[in-house]
Design a protein around this ligand. Structure first.
Ligand code: HEC
Ligand code: HEC
Length: 321
């Protein structure tokens, strides 16, 4: 014992106590490490969620590779330029997301969301195939369409393939299903909703939309190009196509009519009426060189022949700038 020579006799006892405490800590650490290998406590995992053929785990990789968190938060992590996306799927649903994500620079219109409901993956996922039922199920989609449908957004267009869009939807479906214990908290400020509505001009848009759509539904407008312009607005083609020759998600339309178009298979085609009509009905039949296939929805089931002809007439009227 080192008690002799005037040394502190407590020394050994203290050291022994410290060793026992350390031992207990070690034991707790090992036990907790063991627990981390157990199945997560009723918490959903990315491997168990999919949207159509797309897996949430793949969507997570897409989310990371495009650095969505550089602008958005996800369960509280990330940046604050864009809104939190944790519960986005629950609110807006997969059809709104499918209409928005490939052309994020523009907000989807009702017709753009309706276009997505033609997709079998969508019907299988949501169990609805009409826009009324969809809006009932995802009231956030209706709010988004009414508030800002057809307008431009502050998010940039990202070069997402249709596969990546499906994977992102699967990922957002997974994060919506996460039990986040109430995160993100709901903003509860009296009158804020009302002020937001005013700021976004909800009432003006809601009042103007039916008035603008009325002649489209009823009597056929005398000028096909004018009717085409109306249809293009309604279906928000402009979120992917510029009216001049600027490249957006798809090629600009200015000067397109009658020009020579290079296709992805190396051939060239004249942009006559038949080509333009086919490009609207079946965009994948001839894919323009330098643009992704599968991004533009097929409109063959949505647009009647006279609608397609009217849009073609409108594209005719757009000069190269
Ligand atoms: C450079 C910044 C930036 C990046 C990168 C970005 N976003 Fe956005 N995003 C925004 C902004 C800003 C808004 C809000 C736009 C507005 O209100 O006009 C937005 C809006 C959205 C919305 C609609 C939110 C709502 O209000 O309903 C979704 C969904 C979305 N982004 C998903 C994504 C996904 C998925 C990615 C990655 C693939 C991504 N964003 C990458 C900036 C970004
Ligand atoms: C989500 C984006 C997106 C939307 C929405 C969209 N398109 Fe497209 N469109 C594209 C892309 C990408 C291409 C080029 C690839 C291809 O040929 O399929 C394209 C090609 C075209 C072409 C051929 C252009 C050329 O230079 O030869 C026409 C015509 C066209 N779209 C018309 C329309 C019309 C009309 C609408 C609305 C009813 C529409 N698009 C909606 C993305 C879109």
């Amino acid at each position: 014992m080192s008690c002799a020579n005037g040394k502190n006799c407590d020394e050994t006892r203290k050291r022994r106590r410290a060793l026992v405490a350390l031992g207990i800590m070690m034991l707790i650490f090992i036990m907790l490490s063991g627990f981390s290998f157990l199945k997560s406590r009723n918490q959903i995992t990315p491997d168990s969620v999919s949207f159509g053929p797309y897996k949430a785990a793949d969507g997570k990789r897409v989310f990371q590779s495009y650095n969505c968190m550089g602008c958005h938060t996800m369960v509280g992590n990330g940046a604050y330029l864009g809104p939190d996306l944790t519960k986005e799927y629950e609110r807006a649903g997969p059809a709104w997301l499918a209409a928005f994500l490939p052309s994020a620079g523009g907000w989807p219109t009702e017709a753009a969301v309706r276009t997505q409901l033609m997709n079998q993956d969508q019907i299988a996922d949501t169990g609805v195939d009409s826009i009324e039922a969809y809006f009932k199920k995802y009231s956030g989609a209706q709010q988004r369409v009414e508030r800002r449908g057809g307008g431009t957004s502050l998010m940039p267009n990202l070069p997402l393939s249709s596969e990546e869009v499906g994977q992102l939807i699967a990922y957002l479906k997974y994060t919506s299903a996460l039990n986040t214990e109430g995160w993100p908290p709901k903003v509860k400020i009296e009158g804020l909703d009302r002020r937001l509505q005013l700021a976004h001009g909800t009432h003006a848009v809601a009042a103007a939309a039916p008035a603008a759509a009325a002649p489209a539904a009823g009597t056929v407008a005398p000028d096909p190009a004018a009717r085409g312009e109306q249809l293009v607005k309604e279906y928000a083609c402009g979120s992917c196509h510029a009216l001049d020759d600027t490249r957006l998600v798809g090629p600009g339309w200015g000067g397109l009519s009658g020009s020579q178009v290079s296709l992805a298979d190396g051939s060239t085609v004249k942009a006559d009426d038949a080509y333009l009509a086919e490009s609207i009905r079946q965009p994948n039949a001839k894919v323009v060189a330098g643009y992704p296939a599968g991004v533009m929805p097929a409109y063959d089931k949505l647009l009647k022949d006279e609608d397609v002809n009217a849009i073609v007439a409108y594209i005719h009227s757009l000069e190269k700038q």
